[in-house]
Design a protein around this ligand. Structure first.
Ligand code: PNS
Length: 161
C-alpha cells in the first residue's frame, strides 16, 4: 500500500490545502494529513480544533485520514509507514523554504520522497495567515476555505469585534 503524508499547520485548513489533499488522494492508496503541533507559530486554533476542521473538510474523501504530530516529519512518516510527502507549491516565494525542507528531510531519511503539486491559479496566493487576517478584519472568507472553517473563524473573531 502506498501511503502519503500531507503535513502542515493547517491554522486553519484552506481550499488550497484541500486541493492538494484531494489530488494526493488520487495518486496513492491512502493519505494521512499530518497536523503539526507548531508551538513556535502560536496557532490561532488549538491542535484539537485544527484536527477537527481538517477531518470535517476531508470527510468526503474515503482514503484520507487525519493525525496530529509532534517532532520530526521523517520520524512521523516512519511511524505511519508513509514513503511519500506531498506538498503544495504556490508562488515562487514558497520555493526556497520548501527546497530547504526537502533537502534536509532527504538527508534525514532517504526512504522518504517529497512530491510537489503546483497550486492552481486561484490558490496561488492563498495562505492560512492571509485568511486569518481577512477574517479578523470582518472580511468574507467563504471562497477561500471549506464551509466548516467559515463558522469556526467567525467564532474566533466575533468576540474580538
Ligand atoms: O503549514 P506549515 O506551517 O508550512 O507546515 C510546516 C511543517 C509542519 C510541514 C514543517 O514545519 C514540518 O515538517 N515540521 C516538523 C518538524 C521537522 O521535521 N522539521 C525539520 C524539517 S527539515
Amino acid at each position: 500500500m502506498k501511503r502519503a503524508l500531507t503535513p502542515g499547520t493547517f491554522d486553519p485548513i484552506t481550499s488550497g490545502h484541500l486541493d492538494v489533499i484531494t489530488r494526493a488522494a488520487q495518486l496513492v492508496d491512502e493519505v494521512v494529513v499530518a497536523v503539526a503541533v507548531s508551538r513556535k507559530k502560536g496557532p490561532l486554533f488549538s491542535l484539537e480544533e485544527r484536527v477537527d476542521l481538517v477531518c470535517a473538510a476531508t470527510s468526503h474523501l474515503p482514503n484520507v485520514r487525519v493525525e496530529p504530530f509532534d517532532g520530526l516529519l521523517v520520524d512521523f512518516a516512519r511511524k505511519m509507514d508513509a514513503t511519500v510527502v506531498v506538498k503544495g507549491l504556490r508562488a515562487i516565494t514558497d520555493f526556497e523554504y520548501e527546497f530547504q525542507m526537502t533537502a534536509l528531510n532527504y538527508q534525514l531519511s532517504q526512504e522518504l520522497e517529497t512530491l510537489f503539486i503546483m497550486s492552481p491559479p486561484q490558490y496561488m496566493y492563498l495562505s492560512s495567515s492571509i485568511v486569518r487576517e481577512i477574517a479578523s478584519l470582518g472580511g468574507d472568507v467563504a471562497r477561500f476555505v471549506p464551509p466548516c472553517v467559515v463558522g469556526a473563524l467567525e467564532g474566533k473573531f466575533a468576540s474580538a469585534r
